[in-house]
Design a protein around this ligand. Structure first.
Ligand SMILES: [Zn+2]
Length: 217
């Protein structure tokens, strides 16, 4: 049903409401702002690399039209936004990323996925993979519900996510020896990415890097 509605409704920019474009030029501009910046975490940010990751990138600061676009992708069923957002991920990775073999989305809960009909990180991973010429595969899944995260402090949130991910059945052979690029929509503490990286490294991944559309800081 979602797919059918997608085709029938004219796109409307989530940033400014302009009709006819999924994400208009001015609202897409923040996604390209970091393209000329050097790789890695900018000096002055008090966030070290989350454990388990050898490299972390993002396209834009979380806010303004980028926040609106991610919100529309996640909660309003505007699946088509994975196109321009995934293209922005690919552009940043081509500019600042390292060599990888495989793109894997950070998994959402099955229940939330059923509700929405798709997984926004998986949609982004597919577009990113296409943009950098690497396969994308959903090889991770959540094992536990991690509810009410917003009520907890950052430390508690990080510990809640420990053990919350596992490799999907039958996927271990694809992970072993692979240089993996994890994808998520937003990176905040990096706890989700670290949790995913931990299980991938335990399963024999050669290295794990990550990219998100937006960074909350
Ligand atoms: Zn706009």
């Amino acid at each position: 049903m979602h797919a059918l509605l997608d085709l029938l409704l004219p796109p409307r920019c989530p940033g400014c409401g302009r009709e006819g474009e999924l994400l208009c030029g001015p609202c897409a501009r923040p996604l390209a702002r970091r393209l000329a910046e050097p790789p890695g975490i900018p000096i002055g940010l008090d966030a070290p690399l989350p454990p388990g990751l050898i490299h972390l990138e993002w396209c834009a600061r979380f806010g303004g039209p980028v926040r609106d676009a991610l919100h529309a992708l996640k909660y309003r069923g505007e699946r088509r936004l994975a196109g321009p957002l995934g293209a922005a991920l690919a552009a940043r990775w081509r500019a600042a990323g390292i060599a990888v073999d495989l793109v894997i989305p950070a998994p959402v809960h099955a229940a939330r996925r059923r509700e929405r009909g798709y997984d926004q990180a998986a949609e982004l991973a597919r577009e990113l993979g296409r943009g950098i010429g690497r396969p994308a595969a959903e090889l991770l899944e959540r094992t536990t519900q991690t509810l009410a995260l917003h009520d907890q402090g950052r430390e508690a949130r990080a510990s809640t996510l420990v053990g919350a991910f596992r490799i999907r059945e039958g996927a271990a052979s694809r992970v072993a020896g692979a240089r993996i690029l994890l994808v998520d929509d937003i990176v905040t503490t990096g706890a989700t990415l670290s949790g995913c990286a931990g299980v991938l490294l335990d399963a024999g991944a050669a290295a794990v890097a990550a990219i998100a559309v937006a960074r909350e800081m």
